[in-house]
Design a protein around this ligand. Structure first.
Ligand code: BGC
Length: 617
């Protein structure tokens, strides 16, 4: 994930440069370039994609093929020239320096790398990949949607498709044509640090939203406004024993087939371009090397004709050429893995350990997607998309997603909606007024940020816009505003991503309950006069039974993203609640005693609220 970038620094110079660059390429280079590849490899310009792919692979050297299977970062792993000399197939942007100072700068950086790729003998264009998992969340100023758990609470496939289509436009506007989303895991245990990246504990809900999301991201793949999607992480990422990221998953194959595979089947049917393999092992075999599942089930059984990509450093971590033989097509060759992979695979092919046909199959899968994306004709980013980043129209959709994602768990004596003319409202907690805290991990940076970011609104902003009476902000609940009529107390988790968010006994920064500090925010006001409205910002259900008892109204708001102000519109009754629990809600930490958490399919545990629960006005 990327570092912080100041949108205020956008320079006209960069914009003009990118405009000129893309115009120049569009006017002169494009026809000549495709014609050159086509004539060099004897490809008929009118041939089908499959015919073009076959003809192109037939004229590639082994080094060129291995290059197409290599994915690197735009810094660190390579020099710009390496793109050409190592025939690199794709570039990832993730944690580390941003590609430029603004969107035009990002486009210019990727255009420069693209030029390197186009300067090679065959001029095969690069793909540019990013973890845009809830909006183009690596770009400061983009529209950031609720994390998938919130989309699961909306249960709204149309809205999920719209959000994905907007993410695609904003990703293209910053230079990307491939994104590593959607995560279609089925989380079994709330201790897993990636629960919020998944839509729901329900396979059926995940199937619906996976389909919608792939449709939204990929649309008409060659139109320059859509991106290749990646269903991840294949498979069993969310069902590891005790919720450990990258751990061992011991669920049986029948369960894998019934609960975990169906969303992949839907994603494949929707035409998903890529699938990322998972860090975990399944019944003792690491997933990266699981030939039965990758090749026989996903590729042959489901008919998946796209790219299987490793996860981070998958080649060195999970068995080198074994993973290629298992069916992996593209290797995230980062952090020093590039040389190891390229030399290792060449040796593997030369020595007969990896069949050339396997390499050819992998390369065909890459080229197929590049043709589908229209990259041979239009390899450069489109600068006319830049003004759409964080546009009011995009933010309106994100705000609707925020409103629909809120789940009302309690509303004693119908104290909600709050009257806009309430004489005094006290808003409590740092999460009430901090865009970073309300967005979770994978927001601006890999582990999220605890700062505000460009264009976002907070709940406090929303309340201040709508309330006509006095609104006071008591950030750390020391203000003693017990004379207020209503206390809106916002509590929750601080941002985390991947293993950093796992809850491990005795050794983790996170817990299944609210922090003592946040419990004290509620204690400072509960029973002291004001009506108590608690809003929980979290990436998973937390054990909050006592706090629910203390409050008059309690709302699960998940991780709303950049449009936090939208929460106020529901609190004040401009919109009704629509959200339904995408996970069963645990009543006690005891519910986590086994390998798995309180899931709706576990009859031995009675959740406090069942899957699908959610009140309305
Ligand atoms: C994560 C993936 C992500 C990749 C690239 C990995 O550590 O597991 O979800 O797509 O990094 O950033």
């Amino acid at each position: 994930m990327s570092g912080f970038m100041n949108a205020g620094n956008r320079t006209m110079k960069n914009l003009l440069f990118a405009l000129a660059l893309s115009l120049a390429f569009q006017l002169s280079g494009q026809t000549r370039r495709s014609a050159a590849i086509y004539s060099r490899c004897g490809i008929d310009t009118l041939a089908t994609i499959e015919e073009k792919v076959n003809a192109l692979v037939a004229c590639m050297t082994l080094e060129e093929k291995i290059g197409q299977m290599s994915q690197v970062r735009h810094f660190d792993d390579i020099s710009d020239e390496d793109i050409a000399t190592k025939f690199i197939g794709s570039v990832i942007h993730t944690q580390g320096p941003t590609p430029g100072a603004d969107a035009a700068g990002w486009q210019a950086r990727f255009a420069a790398l693209q030029q390197q790729a186009l300067s090679t003998r065959l001029g095969i264009p690069l793909m540019f990949a990013v973890d845009a998992v809830h909006g183009q969340n690596t770009y400061n100023g983009a529209t950031i949607f609720p994390h998938n758990i919130g989309m699961g609470a909306t249960g709204n496939a149309t809205l999920t498709e719209k959000a994905a289509a907007i993410t695609a436009v904003e990703a293209q506007a910053t230079g990307f044509n491939w994104i590593f989303s959607p995560c279609i895991a089925i989380p079994y245990n709330e201790k897993w640090g990636r629960v919020y990246e998944a839509f729901s504990e329900s396979t059926e809900m995940t199937q619906n939203l996976a389909r919608a999301s792939v449709k939204g991201y990929q649309g008409n793949l060659s139109d320059g406004k859509t991106v290749l999607a990646t269903a991840k992480h294949f498979i069993g990422d969310g069902s590891t024993d005790f919720g450990l990221e990258g751990g061992a998953t011991s669920v049986g194959l029948q369960e894998v087939s019934q609960r975990l595979l169906p969303p992949y089947r839907d994603a494949v049917e929707a035409g998903v371009g890529a699938v990322m393999v998972s860090f975990n092992s399944l019944s003792g075999t690491v997933m990266h090397a699981h030939k039965a599942l990758i090749t026989y089930t996903l590729k042959m059984g489901m008919g998946f004709d796209g790219i299987v990509v490793t996860d981070w450093k998958g080649y060195s971590r999970f068995g080198e050429n074994d993973i290629i033989n298992a069916g992996v097509d593209v290797v995230m060759a980062v952090d020093g893995d590039l040389e190891l992979f390229q030399a290792g695979l060449k040796t593997g092919v030369d020595s007969g350990c990896v069949a050339l046909e396997r390499v050819d199959d992998a390369v065909k899968r890459v080229l197929r997607q590049k043709f589908r994306l229209g990259l041979f004709e239009n390899p450069f980013p489109d600068s006319s998309l830049i003004p759409h980043i964080g546009s009011p129209a995009h933010r309106d959709v994100a705000r609707q997603a925020v409103r629909e994602s809120l789940v009302l768990l309690k509303n004693k004596n119908d104290i909600l909606p709050i009257d806009k003319n309430t004489p005094k409202i006290v808003v409590v907690g740092e999460h009430a007024h901090n865009a970073g805290l309300q967005s979770g991990g994978w927001s601006i940076a890999w582990q999220g940020t605890q700062e505000n970011y460009t264009g976002a609104t907070t709940l406090l902003d929303g309340i201040q816009d709508m309330a006509t009476g006095s609104v006071v902000y008591d950030k750390d609940a020391t203000g003693n505003h017990t004379d207020a009529d209503v206390a809106i107390i916002v509590v929750g988790e601080t941002p985390y991503a991947e293993f950093m968010g796992d809850i491990r006994d005795g050794s983790s920064a996170y817990q299944l309950t609210l922090s003592e500090e946040h419990q004290s925010y509620i204690n400072a006001y509960a029973g002291k006069g004001p009506e108590i409205v608690v809003i929980l910002i979290s990436g998973r259900p937390l054990v909050t039974t006592d706090q629910i008892n203390q409050s008059d109204a309690f709302i699960a708001a998940w991780l709303p993203g950049s449009e936090g102000g939208g929460i106020a519109e529901v609190l004040f009754g401009e919109y009704n609640f629509k959200g339904k629990l995408p996970h069963s809600w645990p009543g006690s930490v005891e519910d986590f005693r086994g390998k798995y958490g309180p899931n709706f399919w576990d009859p031995s545990i009675t959740p406090l609220f069942e899957y699908g629960y959610g009140l309305k006005y």
